[in-house]
Design a protein. Sequence first.
Length: 288
Amino acid sequence: ELVVQGVSTRKVARVTEELCGREFSKSTVSELCKQLDPIVQAWNNRSLKEMAYPFVTVDAMYVKVREDGRIRSRGVFIGYGVNTDGNREILGLAIGDTESEASWGDFFSRLKERGLHGVDCVTSDTHGGLVKAIRQHFQGVTWQRCQAHFMRNILDAAPKTLQASIKGMVRSIFEAPDANIARKCLTETIAAFQDKAPKAMDTLENGFDDATAILIFPEEYHVRLRTSNGIERVNGEIRRCERVIRIFPNREAVIRMIGAVLMEIEEHWETSRKFMDMAAYHEWRNNR
């Protein structure tokens, strides 16, 4: 438990000596932690067939792993879903060499083999390999481009003196209740800034449809679905623990630690109130 909470093995050894009168070496602590492996593996391989997951959010983070005598950066792929009862669940995690289309494809294939079904919307950033894998493995499913990332892309292409004004008008697009109003706001924004910030307006216009894809769903779900901030908060909790380790000795240790943290996060979600009220979604689905 101490290790999962981000306490170094050296500090664990010192604490156990003070509490128990017996010193446990770093290697002993590491060996004890390996008892987590079958628990984490069982959780990460559990069946997803029992419920449908209409809304899925995915993201990747990078960690350092020692392999073949070298320290390498490896991608960790994580996804969570909102099931038809309105509860969030961590769907799984995997580690890959790079955040490529093939690596994301393997992750999605594994989720589907475990029974992931009923997906209506996938929210993510716009990494090329990720988007291609989503479109291949979830054909016909709405892809929502994370609006937080998209906003940064727009502002990065705008002069600093105009960023605050542009941000305000772009926000009005994101907060529009339906596609017609969103497009009207788009037209007004482009008219206001096309001459002064052409690159930013090109970025906005090119990404508009993907960034407002969620407008087909009932309005009460827009805020929850429009960004990948939820999973980035999960990544932040993982980082808090990962900073203590800094470099993982192998891939198994990555799955062990991150999997244990994700299991704790999911346990907290299970005891919290529902993430979404799905009544409007079911009505929307029945009327399609």
